[in-house]
Design a protein around this ligand. Structure first.
Ligand code: PEP
Ligand code: MN
Length: 260
């Protein structure tokens, strides 16, 4: 691996405190999309019971079809802020447009850059100019080298608060939504000191194998996992097949707890 890419970054205090490394694994959970306040409330109450610290929910949704639900935008961010204030979560939410970066920071704690925007260089530069923690997802078509260079775009502007997120890449295999590249996790851990988490929901696109795969990635000593949880997955406005219901989430947490 290119030496320039051996990022050896000391995270500033805010991120290391928020994202307490090498303790029990951090869980980022919540719905694919922010749909309404009642939905968020129900999910938040459940996640709180399991001591989840990071609540995810998309307000700006990068949908493949322009006719699908596009998210509630700023209204969705306002709802997330309500949940943050009421339950004390750190909020993770995707921002797709550089023009919304600054505004979004008033509502959320971690800006997510989604797979489809990993090489949106204006967006990378814009979040790089802030000191906001950034969850940078791997592009579904990106090599590891391209991925780490995307992280470099953010670092180059001065923001070191980056959390990497492996979320699977596109291959010919179609039994999972993407192919989870577990070697990339080991390589990232070996050659960088950035925290790395795994998004189980978007890697797999299915729920029936989430527990064994969660165990596998925990064996790689990842810093966190992300999982989509919904109060009523069947009626979700996006990704209904992969979102866990509360019982499934409880089962996942119990299995994870058994490892520690
Ligand atoms: C998401 O996490 O909401 C999302 C759209 O994931 P990805 O960018 O990995 O497809
Ligand atoms: Mn989703």
């Amino acid at each position: 691996m290119d030496k320039d890419l051996l990022v050896n970054k000391l995270m500033i205090k805010s991120l290391s405190e928020m994202f307490s490394l090498h303790e029990k694994v951090n869980i980022i959970a919540g719905p694919c999309s922010v749909e309404n306040v009642d939905q968020l409330e129900e999910i938040a109450k459940t996640l709180k019971k399991f001591n989840v610290k990071f609540f995810r929910g998309g307000a700006f949704k990068p949908r493949t079809s322009p006719y699908d639900f596009q998210g509630l935008g700023l209204l969705g961010l306002e709802m997330l802020k309500e949940i943050k204030e009421k339950y004390g979560f750190f909020i993770v939410s995707e921002v797709m447009d550089p023009r919304y970066v600054e505004e979004s920071m008033k509502y959320i704690d971690i800006i997510q850059i989604g797979s489809r925007n990993m090489q949106n260089f204006s967006l990378l530069k814009e979040v790089g100019k802030t000191n906001s923690p950034v969850l940078l997802k791997r592009g579904m078509m990106a090599t590891l080298n391209e991925y780490l260079l995307a992280a470099e775009y953010i670092l180059k502007e001065g923001n070191r608060n980056i959390i990497l997120c492996e979320r699977g890449i596109r291959t010919f295999e179609d039994s999972t939504r993407n192919t989870l590249d577990i070697s990339s996790i080991a390589i990232i851990k070996r050659y960088t000191s950035l925290p790395i988490i795994v998004d189980l929901s978007h890697s797999l696109g299915r729920k029936d194998i989430i527990i064994p795969i969660a165990k596998a990635v925990l064996a790689l000593d990842v810093d966190g996992i992300m999982v989509e949880v919904h109060n009523n997955p069947e009626s979700a406005l996006s990704d209904s097949k992969q979102q866990l219901n509360f019982e499934e989430f409880e089962n996942l947490v119990e299995n994870i707890d058994r490892i520690y």
